[in-house]
Design a protein around this ligand. Structure first.
Ligand code: NOJ
Length: 524
């Protein structure tokens, strides 16, 4: 694996720090908790950890409203504990990726406090101020503009009113933001996940967006003036040069309102290393579980990315209903296994969301329990993102082994059966299935950066594709249906690599797939 690049060929594990492991019993996950679980993370076979924000934050958007980009929230720990986490992770060959939230700050951030203090303040222009609002909206609901009594102007916020957008067109802002990267690079951080990076730049004259039909106010606009601005391209180049001036550093962008084409224009040589592709994106309100859905998405994505970069793939994260809750009925993991197999074998770099490896489900909350602001605003159409953020289910002890204190968010009642410890001891568990898939990826180059060819299966509920490298060809066959399906195999000497139903004999002309079977075959 000479040319193995951790950020391209590896597997990344997303940790939502407040929900992962609590070392001091305050019910809130912390850095020491994560450090204590590094051996577990290593045992999965992953190469890097993406930490959702760990900075001081008034917590209006659960850490995504940053009060200081170069410090650690005391509830998570200290900078020294962060250094220990990085050092211990590196000892185990695990890289650390930080979440960079640079489109906006908290309204408590010293920059904004200064900016709002007077129209003459030197930092006034660090945010977007206007005498009269334009038509831009907040994605979390309502107008994007808030009137500030003290100075008689409006400021813009794409997200919460407590998250004012910074003015990236200002050169001092740009320098200050790049200095944040430098601060963490010098501390040994390996990479950055860029929160809504394509919204950084706004139209210099803050012009209205054109309008269109849509349900929410935010959707009734074509977002050409409040995001995806051409001014962003030179910044991506500058950022890439900065990262390239350190060895093996990395950036992954979170595109906001993405299309494969738009996203692809931001990644590749001289730009970001990669950007996310989310499989849920066109199915938020109506989850789709179909072979054809994944096939079409990957074909479109492949057309857009070409060979320019390997996309970052995610089935779950802290913003969306967990894959297992979207795709499975009750506690049956058959579809979660198919989803995990897709994640590990499609062409891209997989991101696993903590707990996905044991098939964690979303918790359900009553209206009064909802904490997430967009959930409160849009209820009952959208119930917020708390559901996918519940504490990690480590074992069947009190609070699922997450904390000795009262967890900040409730734990899924299924934790007594569904937890890491129970699955460790079960060879056929979702956890060990995930480990096997990750190990197969490591062993087989075709699964990492090989090409992909989708086969034409006889039925639509069967998904089959080849992953190819000069050394080997791997066939992935996934039966989405509850019926047996037969797939004709391309000519070759096919050996089973993995099957959820145990195909261990040699297979030749065709293969009969059991309901919901995942099967990987290899021909060399
Ligand atoms: C995207 C993040 O993933 C989400 O959690 C957050 O609310 C918004 N960006 C605003 O930072």
């Amino acid at each position: 694996m000479d040319d193995f690049l951790w950020w391209r060929d590896g597997v990344i594990y997303q940790v939502y720090p407040r929900s992962f492991a609590d070392s001091n019993g305050d019910g809130f996950g912390d850095l020491r908790g994560i450090t204590a679980r590094l051996d577990y993370i290593k045992s999965l076979g992953v190469d890097g950890i993406w930490l959702s924000p760990i900075y001081p934050s008034p917590d209006k958007d659960f850490g995504y409203d940053v009060g200081d980009h170069t410090a650690i929230d005391p509830r998570h720990g200290t900078l020294e504990e962060f250094d220990t986490l990085v050092a211990e992770a590196h000892k185990r060959g695990i890289r650390i990726i930080l979440d960079m939230v640079l489109n906006h700050t908290s309204d408590q951030h010293p920059w904004f406090v200064e900016s709002r203090s007077s129209r003459e303040d030197p930092k006034r222009d660090w945010y977007l101020w206007k005498d009269k609002p334009n038509n831009w909206a907040s994605v979390f609901g309502g107008s994007g503009w808030v009137y500030d009594e003290a100075t008689g102007q409006y400021y813009f916020h794409m997200f919460l009113k407590e998250q004012p957008d910074v003015n990236w067109q200002n050169s001092e802002v740009r320098q200050a933001q790049l200095d944040i990267f430098r601060f963490w690079l010098e501390r040994g951080v390996d990479g950055f996940r860029l929160d809504v990076f394509n919204a950084y730049f706004k139209h210099p004259g803050l012009e209205d967006n054109p309008t269109k039909f849509g349900l929410r106010r935010f959707d009734r606009q074509i977002h050409v003036n409040d995001m995806d601005r051409p001014e962003m391209m030179p910044l991506l180049g500058e950022l890439r040069s900065l990262l390239d001036s350190y060895p093996e550093r990395y950036s992954v962008g979170e595109p906001f309102i993405p299309t494969p084409e738009k996203t692809a224009s931001y990644a590749g040589k001289g730009k970001l290393h990669t950007a996310f592709h989310f499989f849920h994106i066109d199915t938020d309100l109506m989850p789709k579980w179909s072979a054809d859905h994944f096939r079409r998405q990957m074909l479109d994505l492949g057309k857009a990315t070409g060979d320019n970069y390997l996309p970052a793939l995610a089935m779950s994260n802290h913003d969306i209903t967990r894959a297992a809750s979207r795709f499975c009925r009750g506690e049956d993991d058959a579809n979660a296994r198919i989803a995990m197999a897709l994640l590990m074998t499609l062409r891209g770099t997989p991101f696993i969301y903590y707990g996905e490896e044991v098939g964690m489900r979303d918790i359900s909350l009553s209206r009064s329990e909802i904490m997430d602001p967009p959930g409160k605003y849009y209820w009952p159409v959208f119930k917020g993102r708390d559901g996918c953020r519940s504490p990690m289910q480590w074992d069947n002890s009190a609070n699922a082994g997450f904390s000795t204190g009262k967890p900040w968010l409730k734990i899924h009642p299924n934790y007594m059966e569904r937890n890491v410890s129970a699955q460790e001891n079960d060879a056929n568990s979702m956890l060990n299935f995930t480990r096997r898939l990750i190990a197969l990826r490591k062993e087989h180059r075709a699964l990492r950066d090989g090409g992909i060819i989708f086969l034409e299966p006889p039925q639509k509920d069967l998904l089959a594709y080849l992953r190819l490298s000069p050394e080997q060809t791997i066939l992935v066959a996934l039966n989405f249906s509850s019926k047996t399906r037969t797939l004709d195999l391309p000519p070759g000497d096919w050996q089973p690599l993995l099957s959820t139903i145990k195909h261990d004999a040699k297979i030749s002309d065709n293969i009969e797939l059991a309901p919901h079977e995942v099967c990987l075959l290899k021909s060399s």
